[in-house]
Ligand binder design. Structure first.
Ligand code: IFM
Length: 483
């Protein structure tokens, strides 16, 4: 295995975070809200996809989810009890614009207006993500992200939300994890809209980048001067299984990371990525002016990290256990998953320890990733907008959820973030994924990531041990001695 130097993490007891460090938790609309047919909300591609037979484990859907839509007061009270400084949630595009564009659904906007006001009243800073995968179904009918026009529709939506909430929201994030939208949705087919076409996936990736850029411009036009705009990427920390796998590492880093980072933060697509994938696309969907729009300055980059990625150039038949590429990827869902062009690289099964997603636990990779992004893309503030773990939590006979493994996971990753800050990375905040157990996409309700246990039969909430532990971390602005 290629080894990388990890920044040294400091001794336990010295892990206080900088003053002003933001402590939060994150969620996403379709994963928690439920109420899919209420108050004028339109259909999203996840409503459609989750109702298709065989696409989501056990036939689960987000129809009810955690019923957060009706339980916002209870959920905000939980956040306040934990002492969260900030709450990152996503707005459901089809609640605001039921057919993706045109007339605004006032009731949808009112829901988020109340949510923002109630958070502020509880002294919790709201951070809004505009797109966490729930594209209005009507826009899918006109091609979805494969259609360039969808980027323009996104900018209209960004303007509506920015104008309504931008005076009270700290940061508006355009997209969450466009890698997932483009590649899990259009190449692997394991996320909505469930397509398997590499050329379409690459067009979708570009149109998502364009949507981000047009969205930034639309937001800047309506936000106050203090308004902050960001993008969240799920970046992969890629390593090779052997010294011979350097080209596989370069290739996968290109299509996992640099295909999003470079246009946004450098104003160009990486030449090697363009070359690697010419056999799939001629890239003619990139038009004059697109890269100028995409590289509009942002105020922060959100990074979501769960697990490292190990790759090889060897063909799968000679790598025991290797499958069609990416089955080990942190964001992948059950079944075969792949990147476009991964005939050059395959994911290699990694040793444990694992979370319940079978994702290897390796906190040092987070330090390395943050230091690398800080080095290669200097000048942009970083936030960990998602980090956390699913485990097979159970309610104990004493009525509590003793999730020591989640505490250990978060503690180790916070130490890794602290190490990155010590090494110079400009990391301003950390958001646990996630507040509540919820609808984990193609895994349905079978995977529990929450600080708060949800009984999906009764919808009762119950703080896990990790929630109380996180409350103490926030209060101390750092890890307790020995954590
Ligand atoms: O649940 C997801 C979230 O929606 C996006 N990032 C990864 C999480 C865990 O898979």
């Amino acid at each position: 295995m290629l080894t990388q130097t990890s920044a040294q993490t400091p001794a336990a007891g010295s892990r206080r975070f900088p003053d002003g460090f933001v402590w939060g938790a994150a969620t996403a609309a379709y994963q928690i809200e439920g109420a899919v047919g209420e108050a004028g909300r339109g259909r999203s591609i996840w409503d459609t996809f989750s109702h298709l037979p065989g696409r989501v484990r056990d036939g689960d859907t987000g129809d009810v989810a955690t019923d957060h839509y009706h339980r916002t007061a209870e959920d905000i009270a939980i956040m306040a009890e934990l002492g969260l400084g900030a709450y990152r949630f996503s707005v459901s595009w089809p609640r605001i614009l039921p057919t993706g564009s045109g007339a605004v659904n006032r009731a949808g906007l009112d829901f988020y207006t109340r949510l923002v006001d109630d958070l502020l009243a509880a002294s919790i800073t709201p951070l809004v993500t505009l797109y966490h995968w729930d594209l209005p179904e009507a826009l899918q009918q006109t091609g979805g992200w494969a259609n360039r026009d969808t980027a323009a529709r996104f900018a209209e939506y960004a303007e509506v939300v920015g104008a309504a909430l931008g005076d009270r929201v700290a940061t508006i994030t355009t997209l969450n994890e466009p890698w997932c939208s483009a590649f899990l949705g259009h190449a692997a087919g394991v996320h909505a809209p469930g397509l398997r076409d590499d050329a379409t996936a690459l067009a979708a990736a570009h149109h998502l980048n364009l949507a981000h850029g047009l969205g930034v411009a639309a937001l800047r036009a309506v936000l106050p001067a203090t308004g902050r705009v960001s993008l969240t990427l799920n970046l992969a920390q890629v390593r090779g299984a052997s010294e011979a796998d350097r080209d596989a590492v370069r290739h996968v880093d290109g299509i996992a990371n640099r295909i999003f980072l470079d246009p946004v933060l450098r104003g160009s697509y990486p030449a090697d990525v363009i070359d690697d994938l010419r056999h799939i696309t001629d890239w003619s969907f990139i038009q004059d002016g697109d890269l100028t729009a995409i590289s509009a300055p942002i105020d922060a980059l959100g990074i979501n990290y769960y697990s490292p990625t190990l790759v090889t150039s060897a063909t799968p038949d000679i790598v025991a256990g290797a499958t069609d590429a990416w089955v080990n990827d942190p964001q992948s869902a059950p079944g075969p998953s792949r990147f476009p062009g991964t005939d050059r690289a395959y994911a290699v099964p990694q040793d444990g320890p694992y979370t319940a997603m079978h994702w290897r636990i390796e906190p040092d990779s987070l330090t390395d990733l943050l230091v690398r992004v800080h080095r290669d893309y200097p000048g942009v503030q970083l936030m960990i907008t998602e980090n956390g773990a699913a485990f097979d939590d159970a309610v104990s006979p004493d009525g509590e959820v003793h999730d020591r493994d989640r505490i250990d996971y978060i503690a180790a990753h916070l130490a890794a973030v602290h190490g990155a800050i010590q090494a110079g990375a400009d990391v301003r905040g950390y958001f646990v994924w996630t507040l509540l157990d919820n609808f984990e996409w193609a895994w349905g309700y079978s995977k529990r990531f929450g600080l708060v246990h949800v009984d999906f039969a009764t919808l009762q909430r119950r703080l896990k041990d990790s929630a109380r532990w996180y409350r103490d971390v926030i209060a101390a602005n750092g890890l307790p001695t020995g954590a």
